[in-house]
Design a binder for this molecule. Structure first.
Ligand code: GLU
Ligand code: MG
Length: 459
């Protein structure tokens, strides 16, 4: 992982800082995402950016041990309040924030005071996974889809307070057309290429998708998209909830991930001789992910509330299958239309949600896919029905298993997966499972409604 060239970083920060000063920026927020999926931050005045770029900004080791409610756990690798890490802004991602005038943002990597990457740093792990893929001669493109529910600031817990109308209804769009335009325009001014925005199924629910990019950039973009949506919502008297399940009942917010693997300019998910045009590389990569979905849920559906969302018939994908354009499959293969397939074909992971840390999602998917390549994995028959509609014995005959239905089962699968725990490294893998178990313990005996309420506004 990158050595810190402090002089070069300081000089680059000076150059970029001058441009931001000209645009009226006064403060820069540095963000990282913790193991509970919460974006945490420290900010510096713009004149301190060069110092932050060269020497980092202090942050406690204890941030690895935060639960979603800010409880701190004592994990095997925790050292309590002692010690200091440094947050280094990624200057190439420094962005003036449209919805927070006078502010800029940059994602941060965490190093120790010796200038060594912190072994539990999630963004650095995502970078390491990308490097591993590069060693095999491939790159990946990813994009995170964001779904969210808006409510009126005056009645935030009433899901119908901002929008009450049919799913995908034009009425929802027209009622909030100024708001939606402000969201898109803020994102585009932040150089994020919005591809689509629409009202979703639930009351107050919207979805936004962005162009695919390098995986780490995709995770950064996802952080920025959510914080922009949140800020614009506030400006319009609205509150945005990204929770997997707003209430005990209803449709949830997914955090779907699109991914494709490339050999130079060639998309491995198109033009091949395997099913639906996949190449052998794409098939093995996908098989590595499919076989590990139970373990991957501990990363991509990492909270207790995640499992309220993971129900059959909710387009969340709860059986361990894949299928062509099957929205009830956790792995939905998307070919795109004739003529655009070489560019558009990709795999959508639907069972993940937005309580996940996107950097860990990137790392876990790439490591799982790489393991599939190593194993020369092949995919089983695709499924072209909603597996939840099949009789139980038919599912058994076809070897279709339900994915974990609770967090602890997913954690057990993760702990048993040596590929994932090995690539994450013992400190991070252990801390993650400690955190998940502590969160599960917190909700022992809680009702669905209580769980949903506790996590409605946390992420
Ligand atoms: N809201 C659904 C979910 O929880 C997804 C709907 C869709 O396929 O876009 O994942
Ligand atoms: Mg959707």
């Amino acid at each position: 992982m990158g050595e810190l060239d402090r002089a070069a970083l300081g000089a680059r920060a000076h150059e970029l800082g001058a441009r931001l000063t000209a645009r009226g920026v006064e403060l820069v927020a540095l963000t990282w995402v913790d193991n509970s999926g919460i974006t945490r931050t420290k900010a510096v005045p713009l004149r301190r950016l060069a110092n932050a770029a060269a020497w980092g900004v202090g942050a406690s080791y204890s941030f690895d041990f935060f639960l979603f409610n800010d409880d701190l756990i004592t994990g095997e690798y925790s050292r309590g309040a002692v010690g200091d890490l440094r947050l280094y802004p990624d200057l190439e991602r420094l962005t003036a924030l449209s919805a927070q005038p006078g502010w800029a943002w940059a994602p941060a990597d965490r190093y120790d005071q010796e200038g060594v990457v912190h072994p539990q740093d999630q963004r650095s792990l995502a970078k390491a996974a990308v490097e591993r893929l590069a060693e095999r001669g491939y790159t990946a493109k990813m994009a995170f889809e964001v779904e969210w529910i808006i409510t009126a600031e005056s009645a935030p817990d009433d899901i119908t307070s901002a929008v009450c109308g049919p799913g995908y209804g034009y009425a929802s769009l027209s009622r909030h057309s100024d708001y939606l335009r402000a969201v898109v325009s803020a994102l585009e001014r932040q150089r994020i290429g919005v591809e689509q925005i629409h009202p979703e199924y639930a009351a107050g629910q919207f979805e936004l998708s962005v162009a695919a990019s390098d995986p780490v950039a995709a995770a950064d973009t996802y952080v920025l998209v959510r914080e922009t949506v949140r800020a614009v919502s506030r400006q319009h008297g609205l509150r945005a909830s990204f929770t997997p399940r707003f209430a005990g009942e209803g449709v949830g917010n997914g955090g779907h991930v699109h991914l494709s693997v490339w050999d130079g300019e060639t998309n491995a998910y198109a033009g091949g001789d395997r099913r639906f045009g996949m190449t052998g590389v794409a098939e093995s990569f996908s098989a590595g992910i499919l076989g590990r979905l139970p373990a991957l849920l501990a990363v991509g559906a990492p909270s207790v509330v995640s499992y309220l969302r993971l129900e059959p018939h909710h387009w969340a994908g709860v059986y361990g299958v894949w299928g062509l354009e099957n929205r009830e499959a956790p792995l939905r293969f998307v070919t795109g239309s004739v003529g655009e397939r070489a560019k558009a074909a990709n795999l959508e992971v639907k069972c993940f949600d937005q309580t996940a840390n996107p950097y860990l999602v990137v790392a876990a998917l790439l490591f799982a896919g790489l393991a599939g390549l190593d194993e020369g994995g092949t995919l089983p028959e695709p499924v072209d029905v909603d597996p939840g509609t099949l009789p139980e014995d038919e599912r058994r005959r076809l070897g279709i298993d339900r994915l974990p239905t609770n967090l602890l089962d997913a954690v057990a699968a993760f702990e048993a997966d040596t590929v994932l725990t090995g690539s994450f490294g013992a400190p991070l893998a252990t801390t993650l499972t400690d955190i998940r178990k502590a969160e599960a313990a917190l909700f022992t005996g809680a009702t669905a409604e209580e769980i949903a309420r506790a996590m409605r506004w946390t992420h």
